[in-house]
Design a protein around this ligand. Structure first.
Ligand code: HXC
Length: 262
């Protein structure tokens, strides 16, 4: 239903859930500039779609994404990368996204693929998923936030070891280290549970969901005192929403809340 896309597929597997499937199987979903451009377009169109409430990003059982496209990067020079702000467009992927993004990772999530997964609000994976920042083996370093987001997720000790050695880590380790929220025994279970979580979130007030995502993300930017203060301000603000009245009223009346998204 979205013939404009060549390297991704966009579907609505459940009401309120927009799914983007990376679909460049011949190169294990290597993240070329054209693919990233499509991903940006799809994310911003799901962001503006009134029916989409949660976004699920996935790949294939074999690969979420095996990294930025090495063949595209190989001939780049400093000045061409600098002048075109190579990779900067990746920051747009999630910076402007207000709706929750769940990444469902199976198979390879290497280099830029690992970094893309780390941009998600919730990361689910298979236990056998293959994460890593192997850029050091190519004579370079992570370039889409890996050194920052992975370090925040696992701490300096592990991040430094992973980035300096280029060694992979499994989905099971990702869960144990707090990179992934949960890991699953099969692709089928991964997708079913990801959809369930997406649907659960899609069933809440859009206003509360957007605020919840915003305050959690602020914890990655602010010190504790400023973060707690920011949270309290947003919490106060939600007393101005109809959905707060509806949610608490429904609890008192022992009935299901009917969200108005206001
Ligand atoms: C371009 C890639 C690719 C990539 C795989 N392919 N990864 N093409 N860029 N990142 C292509 C292969 O060239 C091959 O194409 C096809 O996909 C299948 O891959 P194989 O290697 O044959 O598969 P397999 O033996 O199963 O090995 C899987 C693999 C290996 C372990 C994932 O492909 C691999 O090591 N890929 C590179 C991983 C990596 O270094 N990623 C980080 C990239 S740097 P042909 O045409 O030969 O069949 C990076 C920097 C990010 O991401 C910085 C900013 C974003």
């Amino acid at each position: 239903s979205h013939p404009q896309y060549e390297f991704i597929q966009v579907t609505e597997p459940r009401p309120g859930v927009g799914q983007i499937t990376l679909n460049r199987p011949k190169s294990l979903n290597a993240l070329s500039t054209p693919l990233i451009t499509e991903l940006n377009t799809a994310l911003s169109s799901l962001q503006s779609s009134p029916t989409t409430r949660t976004i699920l990003l996935t790949g294939s059982p074999r690969a979420f994404a095996a990294g930025a496209d090495i063949k595209e990067m190989a001939p780049l020079t400093f000045s061409s990368a600098y002048l075109t702000s190579f990779i900067e467009s990746w920051s747009n992927l999630t910076h402007t996204l207000k709706k929750p993004l769940i990444a469902a990772v199976s198979g390879h999530a290497l280099g830029g693929g690992c970094e893309l997964a780390l941009m998600a609000d919730i990361l689910y994976c298979t236990k056998t998923a293959n994460f890593g920042q192997p850029e050091i083996k190519l004579g370079t370093i992570p370039g889409a936030g890996g050194s920052q987001r992975l370090t925040r997720a696992v701490g300096k000790a592990k991040a430094m070891e992973l980035i300096l050695t280029g060694k992979s880590f499994s989905g099971e380790e990702a869960e144990k280290w707090g990179v992934a929220a949960r890991s699953f025994g099969s692709w089928e279970e991964l997708m079913e549970e990801s959809l369930k979580t997406a649907e659960t979130i899609a069933g809440y007030s859009k206003v509360a969901v957007q605020a919840a995502k915003e305050v959690v993300n602020k914890s990655q930017e602010l010190g504790l005192r400023d973060g707690v203060e920011f949270e309290r301000r947003v919490f106060h603000a939600l007393f101005g929403s109809e959905d707060q009245k509806e949610g608490m009223g429904a609890f008192a009346e022992k009935r299901r809340a009917e969200w108005k998204d206001r």
